[in-house]
Write a protein that binds this ligand. Structure first.
Ligand SMILES: Nc1nc2c(ncn2[C@@H]2O[C@H](COP(=O)(O)OP(=O)(O)OP(=O)(O)O)[C@@H](O)[C@H]2O)c(=O)[nH]1
Length: 890
C-alpha cells in the first residue's frame, strides 16, 4: 500500500488528513452537532469542501439555499443532476468523488482509519469540462457524499443508513455504489445489507407514486480491481446477488410481482488499485469521469448487458426527480423532516408542499418588481382621492400593462417548473392579487376620467354658448351639446382604453362608459334647462318691452287729443271703452309671438315636449305678471290722474276737429265742462276692472295659462308670483286679479279728478272774459262808414295824394332795405323815452301843485302841530302821548 501518488493527489489527500474536516468552513460546520455562524457572508473558502447537508445529529442545514445560490445552481431550473455515493465506510468514496468531480470532500488519513464522512455532504462538480463535455452537464452536477454504512461508529444501527438511503433516493438520479472487488459475491456482506435497505426504501418510497415512478441508476464502481476477474463476471455476480435480494424482499401488497428493472438501471465500472496502480487508477477514473459529464446515455442500451461501461453519458431524463433547482433546498428539507420524524414519505405531497412554498416565494419576489412600478401610481391616486382632486394619471395604462405582463411572466418562468396544479393555483392567486390592485387603479383612472370629462363637457358647452352669444349669431345649442358630448365620449374612451390591461378579467369599461354617458346626458339636460331658462328670460324681456310699448300706447291714447265732448258717444268713446279688449288682444298677440319664438328655439335645443310645455307655461305666467305690472304702473295714482286730466282737457279744450278752443263769454263753457267731465269720469269705473267691453267678464286667464304641467319641478315654480284665479291655493280670485282699482281708490281718484277738472274750468272761464278786449269786426265797418268823407277828401286833394304816395314809396324803400325793425326799435325807444319824459314832467307838475296845496293847508294846522311837539322839539304822534305830556307838565 505504499503511496505512489501524484503531487496533485497528495495535495488532495493531505489537506483533510489532519482529521479536522473542513476547517475553513465555519458556517457549514456543525459545532457540537449543531449548525453555527450561518449568518456570515458566503465565500469560496467557506464552501471549499462543499456543504454538510445533514449533520451527524440528523439535522438539516438551513443554509443549503445560500450554497446553491453561491454555486449558481438555483436558477438553472431542471438543468442539473444529483449523484449520491453509497458504500461501506472508508472504501474510498470521498476519494473517488474527488477524483471524478474535482470536489474536496474530506478523505481519511492513511494512518488513522477512522470514519471521516459524517452525515451527508454536498458539493458541486468542479472538474473543468473538456471540449467534448456538455458544458451545462459538467457545471451543474451536484454530488452527495453519504456517511459510510456499516459504520463502526454507529454500530449495527441501520437507522441512519435507511434514512440516508431514503433521502438519496428521493433526491438523486444516480446512486454510486462503491465496493471493493473482494466484496463482490459476499452476499452476506455489508454492501448487500445496504442494497437491501435501498431496495426496501425504494419500494416504500415509490409505492404511492407508482404512476410516475422515477427510475434510478445504480452505478457500481468496483474498487481495487485486480483484473483477474473480468468486470463482466463481477457484474453477473452482482446482478445475481441483486436479483436474489430483490426476490427475498418483503414486498408490499400489489408490488409482489414487481421486478428490480422496474425501478433500477445498472451500470458497472471497475477501477484499478489506487495504491498499487496509481497511474492506471488515475487514467481510469478520468475516463469514468467523462461519462458523468457527457449528458444523456443511450436509453436503448440494456443496462444489464453492457460491456465495460466507460462509454456514453449516464443521465437519463427519467432519472430526474423533477425538483427545480431553486426549490431543491426546501424540498430536501421537507423530505428530510419527514424521514427523521419517521413519517410516511409521500413524495407527491412533498412536491406539492415544495411547490406551494416556492410558488409563494416566487410570487413574493416578483411582487417586489410589481410594487416598484405600481406603488408610485397607487400613492398618487390615493393622494388625489384624499385631496378630492382626482386627476388622470398619465402613463398609468402602459405601466400597468408592463407591470402585469412582467410579473406574470417572471412568475411563469420561475414557478412553472413546479407541481402543475399548485403552480396554476398560485398563478391564479398572484393574478388575482395584482389584478385586484390594478383594478383599483383602473377604476380610479376611469373615475378621474369621468369627473374631468363631465367637468370639461359642462365647461365646453358653457363656453361655446357664451361664444355664440357674444357673436350675436343664433347658435344651435343641441348641436353644441352633441358635438361636445362626442368629444367627451371619445376622450373618455381614449383614457379608458389607455388603461385596459389585456387578460385582466375586469378590463372593460362598458358599464362605466354607460354611466358616464348617462351623466353626460344628465349634465346636458341640466345645461339645456339652464339654456331654456336663459331663453325664457330673453323672451320674457322681449315680452316686457313689447308690452311696455304697446300697453303704454293704449294708456297714452286715453290722454291724447282725440276730440272731446263735442262728439258724444262717437268712435272715440267706443275706443275708450274697448281699451281692455285691445290690451288683451295686444297681450295675446305678443305672447303668441313669444311662444312661437320660444318653441322654435327650444326645438333647436332638443328639448323634450314636456320641457317645452313647462317653458311655455312659465312664459305665460310670467307674461301675465309683466302685463299686470305694466298696468299697475300706468294706473299709479299720479299717472292715472294725469291721464284723466289730459283726457278731460282734450275733451274740454279741443273741438271736434282737434283745434284748441278760444273761450268766448258767449260759449256754453259750463255745458261743455259737464259733458267732458262726465265723459272722463266714465273712464274711472272702466279702468278699475280688466274686463271685456262686450261681455263684461274678465279674460279667461285660468284657461289660457292652463294647469301646472306634470313635468314642472319645484324649481320651475320657484320665482312665479301667484296669480288670482290660477293659483287656487293663494285664495285670490280671478275677480280680484282683474281688479285694478279698489272702490276706495276709485272714490279718491274721482274726487281728485273733479278738483282738477274744476281748476281747468275756472281757468277757461277766466280766459273767456279776458278775450273781450278784442275789437269786434263790426267796429271796422263802422269806422269805414263814418270816415268815408275823409278818405275821399284825401284821395281828391293832389297834395295829400302825393304826400300819401311819398309815404308809400318811403315805406316800400324801408321794407326793401329791411329797416322796419331798426326803425321800429328806434321809434319804440324814442316813444319810451318820450313817455318817460312825459311821466317825469307830469310827476313834477303834480308835486309842484301838491306842494302849493300843502302850503295853504299848513297855515291852518301849524299851531296844532306845534302843540304836538314836545319840549325837545319832537312831535307827539300817538293819542296817548298827549296825556303823557300833560302828566309831565304837572
Ligand atoms: N486500497 C485502496 N485504498 C484507497 C483507495 N481509494 C482510497 N483509498 C484509501 O482509503 C482510505 C479511505 O478513503 P476515503 O476516501 O476517506 O474513504 P471513505 O469511504 O470516504 O471513508 P468514510 O468517509 O470515512 O466513509 C484513505 O486512506 C484512502 O487513501 C483505493 O482505490 N484503493
Amino acid at each position: 500500500m505504499a503511496a505512489v501518488a501524484s503531487p496533485q493527489r497528495e495535495r488532495r489527500e493531505s489537506r483533510p488528513s489532519n482529521n479536522t474536516r473542513h476547517p475553513t468552513a465555519p458556517s457549514v460546520m456543525s459545532v457540537n452537532g449543531h449548525f453555527a455562524n450561518m449568518g456570515e457572508k458566503p465565500s469560496r473558502e467557506q464552501y471549499e469542501h462543499g456543504i454538510q447537508v445533514i449533520n451527524e445529529n440528523q439535522q438539516f442545514n438551513p443554509i443549503l439555499p445560500q450554497y446553491l445560490s453561491f454555486e449558481k445552481v438555483s436558477p438553472v431550473g431542471f438543468n442539473y443532476h444529483l449523484i449520491s455515493v453509497f458504500g461501506s465506510q472508508s472504501t474510498g468514496k470521498s476519494t473517488l468523488l474527488n477524483y471524478l468531480f474535482g470536489t474536496e470532500f474530506g478523505v481519511m488519513s492513511e494512518d488513522d482509519r477512522r470514519q471521516t464522512t459524517k452525515g451527508i455532504w454536498m458539493s458541486k462538480n468542479k472538474k473543468l469540462h473538456s471540449a467534448t463535455d456538455s458544458k451545462s452537464m459538467a457545471e451543474n452536477i451536484l454530488v452527495m457524499d453519504v456517511e459510510g454504512t456499516d459504520g463502526r461508529e454507529r454500530g449495527e444501527d441501520q437507522d441512519f443508513e435507511r434514512k440516508s438511503a431514503l433521502f438519496a433516493l428521493a433526491t438523486s438520479e444516480v446512486l454510486i455504489v462503491n465496493i471493493w472487488e473482494h466484496q463482490v459475491g459476499l452476499y452476506q456482506g455489508a454492501n448487500m445489507g445496504l442494497l437491501k435497505v435501498v431496495f426496501e426504501v425504494n419500494l416504500e418510497l415509490f409505492l404511492k407514486n407508482s404512476k410516475s415512478n422515477p427510475r434510478s441508476l445504480l452505478f457500481f464502481v468496483i474498487r481495487d480491481h485486480l483484473g483477474t476477474t473480468p468486470l463482466a463476471n463481477l457484474r453477473n455476480t452482482l446482478i445475481q446477488d441483486l436479483t436474489r435480494i430483490w426476490s427475498g424482499l418483503n414486498k408490499p401488497p400489489g408490488l409482489e410481482k414487481s421486478k428490480i428493472e422496474d425501478y433500477f438501471d445498472f451500470a458497472f465500472a471497475a477501477l484499478p488499485h489506487k495504491i498499487l496502480q496509481p497511474e492506471r487508477f488515475v487514467s481510469e477514473v478520468a475516463r469514468l469521469g467523462t461519462r458523468f459529464r457527457e449528458g444523456h446515455r443511450d436509453p436503448r442500451r440494456d443496462p444489464l448487458r453492457g460491456d465495460q461501461e466507460f462509454e456514453g453519458g449516464i443521465f437519463l431524463p427519467e432519472y430526474h426527480r423533477r425538483i427545480p433547482a431553486d426549490g431543491f433546498s426546501i424540498y430536501a428539507e421537507q423530505v428530510w423532516e419527514q424521514i427523521v420524524n419517521n413519517k410516511d414519505l409521500d413524495l407527491p405531497t412533498q412536491q406539492e408542499l415544495m411547490a406551494q412554498f416556492r410558488c409563494d416565494e416566487i410570487a413574493r419576489e416578483v411582487l417586489v418588481g410589481f410594487d416598484e412600478t405600481i406603488m408610485p401610481f397607487e400613492e398618487k391616486q390615493a393622494e388625489g382621492i384624499r385631496l378630492g382632486s382626482q386627476q388622470i394619471i398619465p402613463g398609468l395604462g402602459a405601466a400597468m400593462r408592463t407591470a402585469r405582463m412582467k410579473t406574470i411572466k417572471n412568475f411563469e418562468t420561475e414557478a412553472s417548473r413546479y407541481h402543475k396544479g399548485v403552480y396554476a393555483r398560485k398563478k391564479a392567486e398572484l393574478e388575482s392579487k395584482i389584478d385586484g390592485r390594478l383594478k383599483v387603479l383602473f377604476q380610479g383612472q376611469l373615475s378621474a376620467a369621468h369627473k374631468s370629462g363631465v367637468r370639461d363637457f359642462s365647461d365646453a358647452v358653457t363656453a361655446a354658448v357664451k361664444a355664440g352669444q357674444k357673436k350675436g349669431a343664433s347658435y344651435d345649442f343641441a348641436e353644441i351639446v352633441d358635438r361636445e358630448k362626442k368629444t367627451a365620449l371619445s376622450k373618455y374612451e381614449k383614457e379608458a382604453r389607455g388603461v385596459l390591461v389585456e387578460g385582466a378579467p375586469w378590463s372593460n369599461y362598458k358599464q362605466e362608459m354607460s354611466l358616464y354617458q348617462k351623466e353626460l346626458g344628465e349634465v346636458s339636460g341640466r345645461l339645456r334647462r339652464d339654456e331654456m331658462r336663459r331663453l325664457a328670460t330673453r323672451v320674457e324681456r322681449w315680452v316686457r318691452s313689447r308690452l311696455g310699448e304697446s300697453v303704454g300706447l293704449e294708456f297714452n291714447a286715453l290722454g291724447s287729443g282725440r276730440g272731446g265732448s263735442g262728439a258724444p258717444d262717437t268712435g272715440e268713446r267706443e275706443s275708450e271703452r274697448e281699451i281692455w279688449d285691445r290690451i288683451w288682444t295686444v297681450f295675446m298677440k305678443t305672447v303668441d309671438e313669444a311662444e312661437r319664438r320660444f318653441t322654435d328655439r327650444a326645438k333647436s335645443f332638443d328639448a323634450s315636449s314636456g320641457e317645452v310645455e313647462v317653458g311655455l307655461w312659465r312664459l305665460k305666467r310670467k307674461s301675465w305678471g309683466v302685463l299686470r305690472a305694466k298696468i299697475e304702473e300706468e294706473m299709479m295714482e299720479g299717472n292715472l290722474l294725469l291721464k284723466l286730466r289730459e283726457n278731460f282737457e282734450d275733451k274740454f279744450r279741443y273741438d271736434e276737429a282737434g283745434v284748441p278752443r278760444i273761450w268766448r263769454p258767449t260759449d256754453d263753457i259750463e255745458g261743455m265742462y259737464t259733458k267732458a267731465r262726465e265723459s272722463t269720469l266714465t273712464l274711472i269705473p272702466l279702468l278699475s276692472r280688466f274686463q271685456s267691453s262686450y261681455t263684461s267678464s274678465p279674460p279667461p286667464l285660468d284657461e289660457w295659462i292652463g294647469n301646472t304641467p306634470s313635468e314642472a319641478t319645484p324649481a320651475d315654480e320657484e320665482d312665479l308670483t301667484p296669480i288670482g284665479g290660477v293659483d287656487e291655493d293663494e285664495g285670490k280670485s280671478l275677480e280680484e286679479e282683474m281688479t285694478i282699482l279698489s272702490d276706495a281708490k276709485r272714490q279718491d281718484i274721482t274726487t281728485r279728478f273733479k278738483k282738477t277738472a274744476d281748476g281747468v274750468y275756472v281757468e277757461a272761464k277766466r280766459s273767456a272774459i279776458g278775450g273781450m278786449t278784442q275789437v269786434p269786426l263790426y267796429f271796422y265797418g263802422l269806422l269805414l262808414a263814418l270816415g268815408w268823407n275823409e278818405i275821399v277828401a284825401v284821395l281828391r286833394n293832389p297834395v295829400y295824394f302825393i304826400f300819401l304816395i311819398l309815404i308809400g314809396v318811403g315805406a316800400y324803400v324801408t321794407y326793401t332795405l329791411n329797416l322796419w325793425g331798426p326803425m321800429y326799435q328806434m321809434a319804440n325807444a324814442a316813444s319810451a323815452q318820450a313817455l318817460e319824459e312825459g311821466k317825469k314832467r307830469l310827476r313834477e307838475f303834480l308835486e309842484e301843485s301838491n306842494a302849493g296845496r300843502q302850503a295853504v293847508a299848513m297855515s291852518g294846522q301849524e299851531d296844532i302841530l306845534m302843540r304836538k311837539l314836545n319840549g325837545n322839539g319832537k312831535a307827539k304822534v300817538r293819542p296817548g302821548d298827549e296825556a303823557e305830556d300833560e302828566e309831565e307838565e304837572i
